[in-house]
Design a protein around this ligand. Structure first.
Ligand SMILES: Cc1ncc(COP(=O)(O)O)c(C=O)c1O
Length: 519
């Protein structure tokens, strides 16, 4: 047993009550009111002179009452937001093994380059003659993505993976419409990411599920049985959300094409295969990549991500605008769906998409080089398999054999312990670890999906593995009560999930209105 797991083992009295403090604060974690509830009347963070008298030109539409913003002084506001940020957990704080999310380190070099004034201060409406450097960067990024995917066209504007899916499905629909083929069905394997069926439905298609086989992959016979003249496309995630490579992908592609359908691939997990496999060689017609996963740009809550889409020749004419072309005056833009872009699906996003993400992604690619990117994939897979082997005796692996960048376990190891996947995850938080992804994918019961990423050291993986093994032993030793009480050491204890889902308080209101809303 390592020192780390001994320390875990001596976790003396898990249910001992925690003494209240006079202030409600704990250590240096402060309890405070919401910013709107702080008594701050008359305070202001800035000291501006009264504006000179002026005649309004708003035609009586001026605001009649104060806007109701809290008036805090600068030190108060700085402390408030600093304290909030310290309650947050981030990849910069520690291991973040959230499967399917690829929470890997964002190199600081990328940040430095994205802040260069020549990129950061550009205005999107500047004439192309003054933005040649930025256009070259976008074009170079597209070149790298074309090379890595082997696909002839890349659309950079989609703002996230799901937006990339929308882009891909719209190009497929446009290609089918252009050939007068109104197909209605999209096949989606059980192990697909949830955004896949959602995207297909938004595009107006009927969704048809394909079962997974006993090895956690697409059941080829079930797929073939569902293929027909009304199938527009298959949406396959590869590597899939069980962390497995679809090893019959060539047969899948051949069957899809033989039925006259397109093969869409969710390439969000490209970080497991980048530099090793070109999606074009797998028969894929359209594939989105999550720059914020494979190429280490930051994740944002709903943005600013970036989900470029690589397209095969049959779909390239339908790529969204704008297109960058090489003209007499350097790089020029095609911005309207006419002439050479007459078949484009049009714009999906303002301007070119997330420029800051493009700078970061290209910085990541160029600093790693082609061989470095290949090693990223190899190390991501190595780390996941290291955890797979270390945890094999303690947890229940859902599908046997080697995994890709993430490893899937189910709640089999918790059978008859009275401890659920959720309890287990909460107990991990008390031990200082962000939990893995829970209850996803739905292919198995009580899923625990672990994606360590390539940027974790062996020491950090070992600490995590020791903790998970010790907790599994505690669950199996009949200590369910300590799991039900977790987390005990966080600023907030476990939420009542039912009330949180059924009676959510999503908007702050003054106290009386809040009480009314809750009743
Ligand atoms: C396999 C897969 N597909 C699609 C998505 C959706 O990407 P985004 O969150 O950028 O919309 C994700 C997100 O993590 C994913 O893991």
């Amino acid at each position: 047993m390592t020192g780390w797991s001994q320390a875990l083992g001596s976790h003396a009295e898990p249910d001992a009550p925690i003494e209240p403090t006079f202030t409600g604060n704990r250590g240096l974690q402060l309890e405070e009111k919401l910013i709107f509830e702080q008594d701050s009347l008359g305070h202001c963070g800035v000291d501006l002179p009264e504006p000179p008298a002026h005649r309004s030109r708003l035609g009586g539409l001026e605001r009649q009452a104060p806007i109701g913003l809290p008036g805090l002084s600068e030190p108060q506001i700085v402390r408030h937001f600093t304290r909030l940020s310290q309650k947050n957990y981030a990849i910069d704080s520690g291991l973040y093994p959230l499967g399917s999310c690829t929470m890997k380190h964002n190199p600081r070099l990328n940040e430095k380059l994205a802040r260069l004034a020549g990129f950061a201060d550009l205005h999107p409406l500047q004439p192309a003659a003054t933005t040649q450097g930025a256009l070259e960067l976008i074009d170079t990024l597209a070149h790298w993505l074309r090379t890595l995917t082997g696909m002839p066209a890349v659309a950079l504007s989609p703002a996230a993976g799901a937006h990339g899916e929308l882009c891909g499905m719209m190009t497929i629909r446009a290609a089918l419409t252009a050939r007068g083929d109104a197909r209605q069905r999209i096949l989606v394997p059980e192990s697909a990411h949830g955004t896949n069926p959602a995207t297909a439905a938004i595009c107006g298609y009927a969704i048809d599920n394909i079962a997974a086989n006993a090895r956690g992959r697409v059941d080829l016979a079930a797929l073939k049985a569902k293929l027909g003249g009304d199938v527009a496309a298959l949406m396959l995630t590869n590597p899939n959300t069980c962390g497995l490579f679809e090893d019959e992908i060539l047969e899948i592609a051949a069957a899809v094409h033989a039925a006259g359908a397109f093969f869409y691939c969710d390439g969000a997990n490209f970080n497991a295969i980048v530099g090793r496999v070109r999606p074009s060689d797998l028969g894929i017609d359209a594939l989105h990549l999550n720059l914020h996963k494979t190429f280490s740009t930051p994740h944002g809550g709903g943005g600013p991500g970036s989900g470029p889409v690589a397209l095969a020749a049959a779909l390239a004419p339908h790529a969204p605008l704008p297109w960058i072309v090489h003209g007499e005056n350097g790089r020029e833009l095609i911005e309207h769906a006419k002439g050479p872009a007459a078949q484009s699906i049009g714009r999906l996003k303002g301007f070119h998409g997330q420029m800051g993400m493009f700078v970061r992604a290209l910085s990541y690619m160029m600093s790693h080089g082609a061989d470095g990117l290949k090693q990223v994939a190899e190390d991501a897979v190595l780390n996941a398999n290291y955890l797979r082997v270390r945890l094999a005796g303690a947890l229940s692996q859902s599908f046997p054999g080697i995994c890709m960048h993430e490893v899937l376990f189910d709640d089999g190891f918790l059978k008859d312990t009275g401890v659920s996947t959720l309890d287990f995850a909460k107990a991990l938080i008390d031990e200082g670890f962000h939990p893995m992804t829970m209850y996803f994918p739905l292919v198995v019961h009580g899923a625990l999906l672990i994606e360590p990423t390539e940027t974790e050291s062996k020491a950090s993986l070992d600490q995590f593995a020791d903790t998970v093994i010790a907790l599994a032993a505690r669950a199996q030793a009949g200590e369910a009560a300590s799991f039900h009480a977790a987390p005990r050491l966080t600023p907030r204890r476990r939420l009542d999930e039912t009330s949180a889902a059924r009676k959510p308080l999503l908007r702050w209101r003054p106290e009386p209105a809040r009480q009314q809303a809750a009743e």
